[in-house]
Design a binder for this molecule. Structure first.
Ligand code: IPM
Ligand code: MG
Length: 356
């Protein structure tokens, strides 16, 4: 039987609870579709600081490299807020992205029909179908640029640098064009070219690559305008491609259109087939350990893994369908609405399994 080896990085806060539900759904899917999944747990984030003194020990990197794919929960929490800058749980996340070369972050913002009312955006604005794919550059820009502290005229200063090479822009832009070709052939590139030099290089590069994709309709938006357009008329978007930091911000915004940040999955891919899959939300320390978290973004991350890394598109579709069905009746507190049955994190996992 085909066996997939998955590095399991539960992380902190609600990470372990949501990953547990995703594993349950993964196993049930495997049983139905005739494959096996083997898990190799490893530490990242705060738990790794506790166990190894650093947020991403080499052993975790090795396990991820040896696996067919990586499933991650979430990292961070108040316990580690006093760690020095380079040793915070979040640095573990940045380091795993760069160590595995995961430069392409796919963040789909889709809305499940039963959740339309849970969205803070009016029905008529959402329209019939919200299906946006945000392609976020993940291993460059200000997240990885030079940063530091200095002093000018005796006054303390700090700086972070946004820098992109043309190669870094090209490879992410090509991923986005390829994605647009498989979808509705519309690409919006988001930058701040009216102010930033790095954005001007970004825009020039998009326009040059566009010549290789004559079928794709390309437009450019400044990031502030894009933030506004996302809540004014989200239906205008198909694929959005943007830098690391703009993608971070816009994907949180887009997630709310779908009802809750607890719903959105993500895939981080390198040039090969391997990838890391995680919900876009954080570790929610305020509700950790209370069995209240919404596991659906992590469960949907497994679906993305099946689609993008494991070549099991039917299994992926089955999970998405089961999630859609579960939402018709059952809701975790973040997406609860009257008339539905409120369930715990564990119960939501069970419901998805039983609907598979
Ligand atoms: C995300 C998160 C991370 C990021 C943080 C936790 C470092 O917000 O994956 O969107 O900014 O990339
Ligand atoms: Mg973010």
């Amino acid at each position: 039987m085909k066996t997939y080896k998955i590095a399991l990085l539960k992380g902190d806060g609600i990470g372990p609870e949501i990953v547990e539900q995703a594993v349950k759904v993964f196993d049930k899917t495997a049983e139905k579709f005739g494959f096996k999944v083997e898990y190799d747990p490893a530490d990242i984030g705060g738990i790794a600081i506790d166990n190894y003194g650093e947020p991403l020990p080499q052993i975790t990197i090795d396990k991820c490299k040896a696996a067919d794919s990586v499933l991650l929960g979430a990292v961070g929490g108040p316990k580690w807020d006093t760690q020095p800058a380079g040793n915070r749980p979040e640095s573990g996340l940045l380091k795993i992205r760069s160590s595995l070369g995961l430069f392409a972050n796919l963040r789909p913002a889709v809305i499940f029909e039963p959740l339309k009312k849970a969205s803070p955006i009016k029905d008529e604005i959402i329209g019939d179908n919200l299906d946006i794919m945000i392609v976020r550059e993940l291993t460059g820009g200000i997240y990885f640029g030079q940063r530091g502290r200095t002093e000018e005229n005796g006054i303390p200063c700090a700086y972070d640098t946004e820098k992109y090479s043309v190669n870094e822009i090209e490879r992410i832009v090509k991923v986005a064009f390829d994605m647009a070709m498989k979808r509705n052939k519309k690409l919006t590139s988001v930058d701040k070219a009216n102010v930033l030099e790095s954005s001007r290089l970004w825009r020039e590069t998009v326009n040059r690559i566009a010549k290789e994709y004559p079928e794709v309709e390309v437009n450019h938006l400044y990031v502030d305008n894009c933030a506004m357009q996302l809540v004014r008329n989200p239906g205008q978007f198909d694929v959005i491609v943007t830098s690391n930091i703009f993608g971070d911000i816009l994907s949180d915004e887009a997630s709310m259109i779908s009802g809750s940040i607890g719903m959105l999955a993500s895939a981080s891919l390198s040039s090969g087939k391997s990838g890391l899959y995680e919900p876009i939300h954080g570790s929610a320390p305020d509700i950790a350990g209370q069995n209240k978290a919404n596991p659906l973004a992590t469960i949907l991350s497994v679906a993305m893994m099946l689609k993008y890394s494991l070549d099991e598109p039917e299994a992926a579709q089955a999970i998405e369908n089961a999630v859609g069905k579960a939402l018709e009746t059952y809701r975790t507190p973040d997406i609860y609405e009257e008339g539905k049955i409120k369930v715990t994190c564990t119960e939501m996992g069970d419901k998805v399994c039983s609907l598979l």
